[in-house]
Ligand binder design. Structure first.
Ligand code: PLP
Length: 388
């Protein structure tokens, strides 16, 4: 059975070109880039080459990029750096729909005495600008707003938020883990001070990420030890993965324009046909302004877990916003924040595509899914009368 992988917001396949670039550094070229001898020390230039590629994708300068171990570390580092750099300020602003890498870290800071404002979203998952403007005060140490949501795919108005914060000289961090490599980001024009990304969301390996820190932004390291990354992130560099991340950024840069068109076409076909073929179905999130690869669909009167398990029997991989399958006991905090009714949250499925998906795969899902939904509704005590 072939796998049809539609869970690319969870993680992506390593691009073959990325793996090829990495392999020598996992085998023969195993030196430590900090060593004095040529065998190790000469590898340092590979890190700098990768740094340049990451910077190019973002419209940043290479020295503004710090390699980390993952998106979570980048997020934690950015927030902690702001808090350490401005200890007299005690107010953090973020949103109700952040990934746990930001959400739970900020809750941890709140337990240590910082005050937090969680900005709500509307029923399309859009940022509430009015509440945000009212929340701003002189005590704000950092604002952290994600670039694009991992569950709904909704893109936030980062440029507008950044302009407001720049006027007030407030540090602005964005978790762009789901956006980098999928949509254009140009930090030359974007008023953002810190930005997080993660390798495994853009066809690089797991266990590598980066944090962009704009030149002139106060920075305090989170991982303290050796002098790596110019003293900004200690720990022997994950050389092969850093090289892989550089290559993945290069590929994203080269292919992004045509991938956006390709992914929107496949995603829109999937979405349109599923809505036509499955009654009592709704799309969660702002369809005008979201990632090209993501759609979040609720199938009312069915459990997301049940759908997921049935799709799994066909080798189709997706995520569900309901409890348990999302790895927590709570149904999706993102869909709850959007005011999606509980019955719809429980039947929600996130499809997230990548450049490796084909139209045939999408057609298979379009064929299989309506049967699964019909079957499950027939089994469900509430479902029967809903079948049209
Ligand atoms: N932020 C967002 C929006 C994410 O989607 C993820 C991963 O799902 C992360 C942060 C965490 O990234 P990592 O898995 O590299 O720690």
């Amino acid at each position: 059975m072939n796998t049809i992988y539609l869970d690319n917001n969870a993680t992506t396949k390593i691009a073959p070109e990325v793996l090829d670039e990495m392999l020598p550094y996992l085998t023969d070229l195993y030196g430590n880039p900090s060593s004095m001898h040529t065998f190790g020390g000469s590898l340092h230039k590979k890190i700098e080459e990768a740094r340049e590629k990451v910077a190019t994708l973002l419209g940043a300068e290479p020295e503004e990029i710090i390699f980390t171990s993952c998106g979570t570390e980048s997020d934690n580092t950015a927030l902690m750096s702001a808090v350490e750099s401005y200890p007299h300020k005690r107010h953090i602003i973020t949103t109700r729909v952040e990934h746990p890498a930001v959400f739970n870290f900020i809750k941890h800071l709140a337990r240590k005495g910082l005050r937090v404002t969680f900005i709500p979203v509307d029923n399309l998952g859009r940022f509430d600008m009015d509440t945000f403007l009212k929340a701003l005060d002189d005590d704000v140490v950092v604002v952290s707003v994600m670039y694009a949501n991992n569950e709904s795919g909704v893109i936030f108005p980062i440029e507008k938020i950044g302009q407001i914060l720049r006027e007030r000289k407030i540090i602005f961090h964005t978790d762009a883990v789901q956006a980098v490599g999928k949509i254009p980001i140009n930090l030359k024009k974007l008023p953002v001070d810190m930005l997080s990304l993660s390798g495994h969301k853009l066809h690089a390996p797991k266990g590598v990420g980066a944090l962009y820190v704009r030149r002139g932004t106060r920075f305090y390291p989170y991982i303290i030890g050796g002098h790596q990354e110019n003293g900004r992130r200690a720990g022997t560099e994950n050389l092969a993965s850093i090289i892989g991340l550089g290559k993945a950024c290069e590929l994203a840069m080269k292919n992004m324009e045509k991938e956006i068109v390709y992914l929107c076409k496949l995603r829109d076909k999937l979405e349109k046909r599923l809505i036509e073929l499955c009654p009592d179905t709704r799309v969660n999130g702002d369809r005008e302004n979201r990632l090209p690869n993501t759609t979040n669909i609720s199938f009312e009167y069915v459990e997301g877990e049940a759908i997921l398990l049935r799709l799994n029997e066909y080798g189709i991989c997706v995520s569900s916003g309901s409890a348990c399958t999302s790895g927590s006991l709570e149904p999706s905090h993102v869909l709850r924040a959007m005011g999606v009714p509980f019955t719809a949250i429980h039947g929600s499925i996130r499809f997230s595509l990548s450049r490796y998906n084909t139209e045939e795969e999408i057609d298979s899902v379009i064929e299989i899914m309506p049967k699964i939904i019909k079957d499950l509704r027939e089994l469900s005590p509430f479902g029967k009368e809903k079948i049209k």
